[in-house]
Design a protein around this ligand. Structure first.
Ligand SMILES: Cc1ncc(COP(=O)(O)O)c(C=O)c1O
Length: 395
C-alpha cells in the first residue's frame, strides 16, 4: 500500500467537474442534457487569438520561455491593467502562469501552515478552501449576503482578522454568486486594513470584465495596498480561453521571487504558443469580448426574471460574472438533492451551492454561459418538474 502524506487527505475538489462528468455520461446514454453546470464561456476563442497561437507554433516557438513569461506578454498585461484601471504596474511584477488557479495555489501555499489563518469567501470558488486545508492553515469563512447582492460587509471582514491572519482572499465579481463588491465597501475595507499591516490580500478579479451594472472596482487602484496585494487574473473567462491554460498574478515586489521560484519548481514556464496567443488577446480588437459580454447581459436579464417566476425559487440580481445563484429553500429540498434530481429527472445540470462551501446550502448555481434557447428550455423543464413534484408552494 502506498503511504500518502497526511495533507493529501485534506485536499478537496471542484465538484463542477463531477457534475460535468455525470452530465456527459447521461448524454452518452442518450439523454438530452442542458448543461448549466460548467463555468466557462460557451463562445470559441476569437479567431485572431487562435491564429496568433498557430503562428507561434509555425514560427518555431517550441522551447522553454523565461519562467515568468515572455516580456512582450508581461508588457501587454501591464498596458491592459493601465487601460482598464489606470494603474501603473511594472511588467517585472507580472508572473504568467498556466491558468488563474495557479496564482491561488501559490499564494495560499506561500502563506498557509499550521497555526496560520486564511480568510476566504464562502460560498466561494471551492479551490480556496481546499488549498487552505491542504496547506495546514485554518480556513476562516467570509460570508456573502444575498440581501446585499452577494457582496460582503467591510466591517465583517475586518472583524475576522486576528494576529494569526496571514492572507485575505477576496473575489469580485464572484463565483458562484455573481456578486460584485461596490467601491464604497472596498474603500471602507482598505481604510480598515491600515490597522492590519500583517495581512496580505489576494484579489481574484478573473471576472473583472464581466460587470453589468456599473464598473468593476479593482483593488489594484488602491496604492496603499501595492506592497501587499496579489492580483489574480487571466485569459480564461474574458477571452474564452479556459483550455489554453493562461493566467497571471501581479505580485508585490518582495513576494515576486518566491512566486517565481514556485513556478520554476512547478511548471518551468507556460506553453510558449499560448503566451503569444495571450498577447493577441490583449492587443487585438475588443469587439469579440464586448459581444460576448453583451450576450451574457441579455441572458442574465432573462434567467434572473425566469428563475424568480418559478415556484419555491427566488433569485437576487447579481452584478457580474455569468452565474445566477438562486435561493431554493422554499422548494423544501436541500441543494445537493435538488442538483441531483434536476439532473437525473429533468436533464438540467446545475451545481449545488454546497459545492462552494457550507454557507452555500439553500442555493444552486446556474451558469448562464449557454444559449438563450437552452436557458429557456431549461427553465421550462425545471418549472414543469417543480410543478410535478408539487414542491415550491410558498407558504
Ligand atoms: C473565481 C475563480 N477564480 C479562478 C478561476 C480559475 O481560472 P482558470 O481556469 O484560469 O484556472 C475560476 C474558474 O472557474 C474562478 O471561478
Amino acid at each position: 500500500m502506498p503511504i500518502l502524506s497526511a495533507r493529501m487527505g485534506q485536499l478537496g475538489t471542484e465538484s463542477a467537474f463531477e457534475v460535468l462528468a455525470r452530465a456527459n455520461a447521461l448524454q452518452r446514454a442518450g439523454r438530452n442534457i442542458i448543461n448549466l453546470g460548467i463555468g466557462q464561456p460557451d463562445f470559441p476563442t476569437p479567431e485572431h487569438i487562435v491564429e496568433a497561437g498557430r503562428k507561434a507554433l509555425a514560427d518555431g516557438h517550441h522551447g522553454y520561455t523565461p519562467a515568468n513569461g515572455i516580456l512582450p506578454l508581461r508588457e501587454a498585461v501591464a498596458a491592459d491593467l493601465h487601460r482598464r484601471h489606470g494603474v501603473e504596474v511594472s511588467p517585472e511584477r507580472v508572473l504568467v502562469v498556466p491558468g488563474g488557479k495557479v496564482t491561488m495555489f501559490f499564494a495560499i501555499t506561500m502563506f498557509g501552515e499550521e497555526g496560520a489563518e486564511i480568510i476566504y469567501p464562502n460560498p466561494g470558488f471551492p479551490i480556496y478552501e481546499s488549498v487552505i486545508r491542504f496547506s495546514g492553515a485554518t480556513p476562516v469563512p467570509l460570508p456573502s449576503h444575498e440581501s446585499k447582492g452577494f457582496s460582503f460587509s467591510a466591517e465583517e471582514v475586518l472583524a475576522l482578522i486576528t494576529p494569526r491572519t496571514r492572507l485575505l482572499i477576496l473575489n469580485s465579481p464572484a463565483n458562484p454568486t455573481g456578486g460584485v463588491v461596490p467601491r464604497s465597501e472596498l474603500d471602507q475595507l482598505v481604510a480598515g486594513l491600515a490597522r492590519h499591516p500583517h495581512v496580505t490580500i489576494l484579489s481574484d478579479e478573473i471576472y473583472g470584465e464581466m460587470v453589468y451594472d456599473g464598473t468593476h472596482a479593482s483593488l489594484t487602484t488602491y496604492p496603499e495596498l501595492a506592497d501587499r496585494l496579489i492580483l489574480l487574473d487571466g485569459w480564461s473567462k474574458t477571452y474564452a480561453m479556459t483550455g489554453w491554460r493562461l493566467g497571471y498574478g501581479v505580485w508585490p515586489e518582495a513576494l515576486f521571487p518566491h512566486a517565481e521560484r514556485l513556478a520554476i519548481n512547478d511548471h518551468s514556464c507556460v506553453n510558449a504558443a499560448a503566451q503569444y496567443a495571450g498577447i493577441a488577446a490583449l492587443q487585438g480588437p475588443r469587439e469579440p469580448v464586448t459581444r460576448m459580454v453583451a450576450a451574457f447581459a441579455e441572458r442574465r436579464g432573462y434567467i434572473i426574471a425566469a428563475l424568480n417566476g418559478l415556484p419555491g425559487i427566488r433569485c437576487a440580481n447579481p452584478g457580474g460574472a455569468f452565474y445566477a445563484f438562486p435561493n431554493i429553500r422554499d422548494t423544501g429540498l436541500d441543494s445537493r438533492t435538488l442538483q441531483s434530481r434536476l439532473l437525473d429527472e429533468a436533464g438540467i445540470a446545475t451545481v449545488s451551492g454546497t459545492s462552494f462551501g457550507a454557507f452555500g446550502e439553500g442555493y444552486l448555481r446556474f451558469s448562464y454561459a449557454a444559449s438563450l434557447a437552452a436557458l429557456q428550455e431549461a427553465i421550462g423543464r425545471i418549472g414543469a418538474w417543480l410543478e410535478r413534484q408539487n414542491l415550491g408552494v410558498r407558504g
